[in-house]
Design a protein around this ligand. Structure first.
Ligand code: HEM
Length: 400
């Protein structure tokens, strides 16, 4: 299903038809297809030590969907579902159709870096009789003062994260996953998100969120020696089945964009502690320069304000806690009051939520400068088992 040269040349021909000339046509056929086929041909491996969709580069389209097991569906049915879903995800991520009854939505496109990632919520363990194997990391998140959580759009027995660099490929996977749930599980909630498309900027850059900020700069990097320790559950912990897994905290965070956009750029920059144009710290340098948290301005006050988001969330301010933030933006239309229902599907990954998300959100909740412009509307905490080896399905070490 990869975009072949014939198809690409045809498309280029069409685009250039008005300009006319066989020479122009031939030149365009060589030049034009490159970007399209590069995006489409991106393949992410399904099998591996960790599930895909955690360290994978952020994709331009995302769907999050949570399911509840149907009444009467226990461990056996859950195991069969995970086997079905894993086989399906492996096919789709390789760019192959879902089945003979495939909907055809992704025909003509390559896999487009599709990833399908599976997680289990706290309630999954009770429903499947596996409470004894439920890790402490799934203990409910504490309440926060900024929470305005909608329980119908929160939690869930099972969670699936779908990401792709093509909207049709992502939707195709979502439909296939939903249909493959059959009678075993029913959709509890579903959310859609997006990020910048690859190739939209002159060079690969950290993405921006809907407040216009460069967001993701100070994420831990896979090249750092303590990256795995922070993001993935190591071997030798209390639950062997969890080795190589991670915890995803999912928060639907609405941005109060009308209020935010009324601030001057200087005020907006003060809220974060970084420049809007290039993400550099207000203390100078470039995007990757560390924040000089101790630096004082001419007024004797810290240049990066005491309540700046980047100061309060910085790992050195939180006993070394760190998480990998890998969000999607969302926009679900404009409400009756004229304000956009838009914000961040905040997803962060960590080896232990009590050392990652919880202490940081506790501090932010006590009064960071960004909080007045945000509303946490839904929340989920999911354990994401390690990746499946060849011949194995995701979660097999728990469910078999
Ligand atoms: C840093 C925006 C929510 C944790 C940042 C930065 C921005 C930002 C612009 C600076 C650039 C960067 O390092 O990525 C936002 C927005 C949010 C949000 C718009 C909500 C819509 C959260 C939440 C948490 C969090 C809920 C965790 C509980 C962090 C961390 C950093 C960070 C750990 C890196 C700090 C550092 O090491 O310098 N955020 N953030 N953020 N944010 Fe947020």
């Amino acid at each position: 299903r990869l975009l072949g040269t014939a198809g690409a040349a045809g498309a280029a021909g069409l685009a250039l038809g008005a300009a006319g000339g066989a020479a122009a046509h031939a030149a365009a056929a060589e030049a034009a297809p490159t970007a399209l086929s590069t995006v489409g041909s991106g393949v992410v491996a399904f099998h591996g030590e960790h599930q895909a969709g955690i360290t994978t580069a952020m994709q331009s389209s995302g769907h999050l969907v949570a399911f509840d097991l149907s009444p009467g569906a226990g461990r056996k049915a859950a195991a069969a579902l995970m086997r079905r879903w894993s086989a399906l995800a492996a096919e789709l991520m390789a760019g192959r159709p879902a089945s003979r009854e495939d909907t055809g939505v992704a025909l003509d496109a390559g896999p487009s870096s599709l990833t399908v990632t599976f997680g289990f919520g706290r309630t999954f363990f009770g429903r499947t009789g596996l409470t004894a194997r439920r890790p402490a990391g799934l203990d409910p998140l504490p309440p926060f003062s900024a929470d305005r959580l909608d329980p119908r759009r929160s939690d869930g027995d099972l969670w699936v994260q779908i990401g792709a660099d093509d909207g049709l490929v992502a939707f195709h996977a979502l439909r296939a996953i939903q249909k493959a749930a059959g009678d075993t599980a029913r959709v509890r909630w579903q959310m859609n998100g997006f990020n910048r498309a690859p190739g939209a900027t002159a060079r690969p850059m950290t993405t921006r969120n809907l407040m216009g900020q460069i967001d993701g700069t100070n994420n831990p990097k896979p090249s750092e020696p303590d990256f795995d320790r922070r993001v993935f559950v190591p071997a030798g912990t209390e639950h062997g089945w969890l080795t190589g897994g991670s915890y995803a905290v999912v928060r639907r965070i609405r941005m109060l964009l009308d209020d935010w956009e009324r601030l001057s750029t200087a005020k907006q920059e003060g809220v974060i502690g970084r420049r809007k144009s290039d993400g550099a710290p207000l203390t100078g340098g470039g995007e990757s320069t560390p924040l000089a948290l101790d630096e004082l301005g001419p007024d004797g006050k810290p240049v990066v304000a005491a309540n700046a988001h980047a100061r309060i969330s910085a790992p050195e301010q939180n006993g070394g806690a760190a998480m990998l933030r890998r969000p999607f933006s969302y926009h679900d239309g404009i409400g009756p009051d004229g304000t956009p229902d838009a914000g961040l599907l905040f997803i962060c990954w960590q080896a232990d939520p009590l050392r990652g998300f919880v202490p940081v959100q506790r501090k932010l909740d006590r009064g960071d400068a960004l909080s007045p412009f945000l509303r946490h509307e839904a929340s989920g905490l999911f354990v994401v088992p390690g990746g499946a080896r060849q011949g194995e399905y995701v979660g097999q070490r728990l469910l078999e």
